[in-house]
Design a binder for this molecule. Structure first.
Ligand code: NDP
Length: 309
């Protein structure tokens, strides 16, 4: 156990976390960050970020996260690449357990973001990592000249499908409706790509596999339940995300999906506990909005700490 009581511990290390780290470090609060085993969050799995202002040529997700980390460390953010296991927010100082070690802090900023949702179709669990993935950037290159599926109708699905055409011979987007949540520009980019076919009103009923991994899927039509078989050696599930809040064990108020509900500005239902980024955001979920919220949470934390004196 550390006897020292920190001013602020930041949990999570996407754009929200690093921006909170940058601002609290510059406010001389000597912040400590638990970045997770896979620091950087979801943007570590993104190829090109083209919509973050200030990068006219775009920038790779991992490169941006590295730069954000360097920038906040330059001002004194202390980063540990470890996962928080458990917390106790019932009294001051707040308690945070990390790999069995206890850390104490007057305030906390939660920036743990969100993680991919899986479909849960028959045969999926056994084939994770054997052809079924949630990250085209990570696994796309394994499917050179092969046929792959992308499941979903949002921007993630369009982005993954377009990216996968760099490697795959054919990409089929499987969507359960004929209305797409994806932005028009990304939908049309996919629609106009000659390597991409879009199948609407289809869901995955079952994954088919042999000893080497998946070989296809049974698709079911959501209108009349009719079935058809499609062959593929890879499949990428892009149906959205869920917030990473399980470790909080309901100690701050969340909605029914687990997203943290802000109480006053970025402060949660527990005074002194703040949250920013995708872990609170059910609407925007952009790198730039997460970074903006990280800044807000840092300013709210600084003011709250000042008011405690
Ligand atoms: P979305 O929530 O936008 O889309 C999820 C898609 O998956 C929907 O089409 C949904 O279908 C479908 N879906 C959900 N559950 C199931 C299920 N059980 N079975 C089959 N289909 C399912 O999530 P995204 O991850 O695509 O995007 C999240 C946010 O991130 C958005 O704000 C998006 O704009 C942003 N984003 C931006 C990018 C960029 O600008 N470069 C890239 C990627 C994401 P239905 O429509 O029927 O609900």
């Amino acid at each position: 156990m550390e006897d020292e009581v920190r001013n602020v511990i930041i949990i999570g290390s996407g754009p929200a976390g690093y921006t909170a780290g940058l601002y609290t470090a510059r406010a001389l609060l000597e912040p400590l960050m638990f970045a997770g085993y896979m620091s950087g969050g979801q943007l570590m799995l993104t190829s090109d970020i083209e919509n973050f202002p200030g990068y006219p040529e775009g920038i790779g997700g991992p490169e941006m996260m590295l730069q954000l980390r360097e920038q906040s460390e330059r001002f004194g953010l202390e980063v540990h690449d470890k996962n928080v296991e458990r917390v106790d927010f019932s009294e001051q100082p707040f308690k945070v357990w990390v790999e069995g070690e206890l850390f104490l802090s007057r305030s906390i900023i939660i920036c743990t973001g969100a993680e991919s949702i899986w479909l849960g179709a028959e045969g999926e669990e056994e084939q994770k990592g054997r052809g079924i993935s949630t990250c085209a950037t990570c696994d796309g290159a394994f499917f050179r000249d092969e046929e792959v599926l992308v499941i979903g109708g949002g921007d993630s699905a369009m982005e993954e499908a377009t990216f996968l055409t760099r490697f795959a011979s054919k990409v089929t987007i499987i969507h359960r409706r004929d209305v797409f949540k994806a932005s028009k520009v990304m939908y049309e980019r996919a629609l106009n790509n000659p390597k991409i076919e879009i199948k609407t009103f289809k869901t995955i009923k079952k994954w088919l596999s042999d000893e080497n991994g998946i070989i296809g899927a049974i698709l079911q039509d959501s209108r009349d339940n009719s079935e058809e078989e499609i062959s593929c050696t890879g499949a990428f599930i892009a149906i959205g995300h869920k917030p990473i809040t399980k470790f909080l064990e309901n100690q701050v108020e969340t909605d029914e999906s687990g997203y943290i509900i802000p109480n006053i500005h970025t402060m949660t239902s527990v005074p002194g506990i703040f949250a920013a980024g995708d872990v609170v955001d059910t609407r925007y979920r952009q790198a730039i909005t997460a970074a903006g919220m990280g800044c807000q949470a840092a300013i709210d934390t600084e003011k709250w700490l000042e008011d405690q004196h």
